[in-house]
Ligand binder design. Structure first.
Ligand code: FB9
Length: 496
């Protein structure tokens, strides 16, 4: 037990003539303890200034694992020599008789020592003996090393070169009495108690020095996932720009609000199970604002508000199908309808929450991601307002330069893909999509005809991967995420 070793060491110091223990290695052997354990105690006694310590460095050659084998089997050159019959043997036969490493090393050594020669005179090369007998000097040397005897430098260097021996170094300690030497370690008090003060015993107490550098236990607190940290930064930006957050607490949506209300035709490819997760139970919704639903049916079938519509037979059953929302634009649609029903007033809304798409999973795409969406609803809004708003929004994300590429969304016209120049990455990248909601979407809701809605969307995952230097989205989100990453990820400030 550690205390016994400590006791034995202090006692031996007290009893020793010169007040020292010459070598902790011998002491460990004497008390039958592992030297490492003794070193631990020596270090703590030294810290308590009960002893002083001097290092003693040791080194000696030890056999490598390869040499261990030769100790019993003989050196490879001797094993090879013994395998060469008096009348010689073909190299191939010889190699087949000895383990691979022995025949190669052995042959080289035996040739070097001129014990054997290669006779190529007749056809296949033959190994022949050049001496009648040999002594296994190498094995003897290895045995000497194993026994701890010194070898002449030349021999040691030769064995070292053959990687048969290696230098083993270790340290022991000469231990002497320290300033605070005692045969008993005085348990250092770790705190000043009222009893000590009352009894006055504090005067004779030895207090454990306070280690002001000790880090102490890190406060165990909650850790925000990087996505949540970036989400809160996006929230701050939206709120600072006067936007209100939309309620997104419904992953399950009806096709009506997710697609139909957005004037997305019922045969649109995004509406089949290849792209969308449809629910089997509850498979369908049936509570809709019927008057509004009728107007949506009408605009899909016949258009209106300057639109030709799609001219197909719109089916209620299709709109009833429940799904995992494919975009938070479904929430925008509900909020705009509500705004129209409650009597239009200008509004700025945003949403940040999960959306689900039955897409192939790859380094940057999972079957779900967090969509960030913003919209401004007001009279006379134009594409210019959208571009200016995007510039303001992305400049707060640190993206001062934007470019816009015409695009297509079923629910916005005109639509633009947004590209931003990332100074961190030194390249242009797609940072989102945007557009002006179509009148075929807004008018059936009951919004005044001169009200326009500019909107845009992006993801949370892409900026978070860039900010945290995460290359594969699986390392950011999902069951493979290492909790240490969540616990140790720094705070990344965007755009400041
Ligand atoms: O987030 C995306 N890119 C991005 C965003 C920010 C960023 O860094 C910040 C500045 C610091 C870096 C990159 N994208 C959108 C672009 C691409 O990554 C794209 O390949 C993947 N997109 C997702 C959809 O994938 C199928 C990102 C996601 C996306 C795309 C479009 C919308 C929302 C999310 C939308 C919309 C919309 C359009 C009009 C009206 C309303 C909403």
């Amino acid at each position: 037990m550690a205390a016994d070793i400590e006791q034995a060491l202090l006692q031996q110091l007290a009893d020793s003539a010169d007040g020292s223990i010459p070598d902790s290695g011998d002491f460990a052997t004497a008390v039958g303890q592992d030297h490492l354990k003794v070193v631990g105690i020596i270090k703590s006694l030294e810290a308590a200034e009960m002893i002083t310590v001097e290092d003693i460095s040791h080194s000696r050659f030890v056999l490598t694992s390869e040499a261990q084998a030769y100790l019993s089997a003989g050196s490879p050159e001797v094993q090879l020599f013994n395998a060469v019959p008096a009348d010689g043997i073909t190299l191939a036969q010889l190699k087949s008789q000895l383990p691979g490493d022995v025949s190669d090393v052995g042959f080289k050594q035996a040739m070097q020592q001129r014990w054997v020669a290669l006779d190529k005179s007749a056809g296949e090369p033959r190994v022949v003996r050049k001496v009648d007998s040999v002594t296994d000097g190498a094995q003897a040397q290895l045995a000497a090393v194993a026994a701890g005897n010194e070898l002449p430098k030349g021999e040691a260097d030769a064995l070292k070169k053959r990687k048969l021996i290696k230098l083993d170094t270790w340290k022991t300690y000469r231990v002497s009495k320290g300033a605070k030497f005692a045969t008993q370690r005085k348990k250092q008090a770790t705190e000043l108690t009222s009893e000590m003060i009352a009894s006055g015993s504090w005067r004779s107490e030895e207090f454990k020095p306070l280690n002001f550098n000790s880090l102490g236990l890190p406060p165990s607190g909650g850790h925000l996932h990087p996505l949540m940290k970036v989400r809160s930064q996006y929230r701050k930006i939206f709120v600072a720009m006067g936007f209100q957050e939309m309620p997104t607490n419904n992953y399950v949506e009806s096709s009506f609000w997710n697609f139909d209300s957005l004037f997305q035709p019922q045969q649109h490819p995004a509406r089949d199970a290849h792209d969308t997760f449809f629910l089997t139970s509850p498979a369908a919704s049936d509570t809709f604002p019927e008057d509004y639903l009728a107007r949506v049916k009408a605009v899909h079938e016949h258009g209106g508000h300057g639109s030709a519509g799609y001219g197909y037979c719109w089916k209620r059953s299709e709109a009833q199908k429940n799904l995992l929302r494919t975009h938070t634009t479904a929430v925008s649609s509900r909020m705009l309808y509500k705004l129209a029903q409650e009597g239009f007033k200008p509004a700025k809304y945003f949403s940040i929450d999960r959306v689900f798409r039955n897409e192939a999973v790859d380094r940057t795409h999972l079957a779900e991601f967090h969509q960030v969406e913003g919209l401004v609803c007001d009279r006379g809004l134009t594409l210019g307002h959208l571009i200016a708003t995007l510039q303001e929004f992305f400049s707060r994300l640190g993206m001062k330069e934007l470019r816009f590429k015409p695009a297509f969304n079923p629910y916005t016209e005109p639509s633009m893909e947004i590209f931003g120049y990332s100074s961190e990455l030194g390249k242009w990248m797609e940072v989102g999509n945007s557009g002006m909601f179509r009148p075929e979407m807004l008018q059936p809701m009951g919004l005044p005809p001169d009200v326009n809605v500019i909107a845009w969307g992006l993801s949370l995952e892409r900026p978070t991967m860039i900010l945290y230097g995460i290359d594969n989205i699986r390392d950011l989100f999902g069951h493979k995420v290492s909790l240490s990453m969540v616990k140790s990820n720094p705070i990344c400030r965007m755009g400041l």
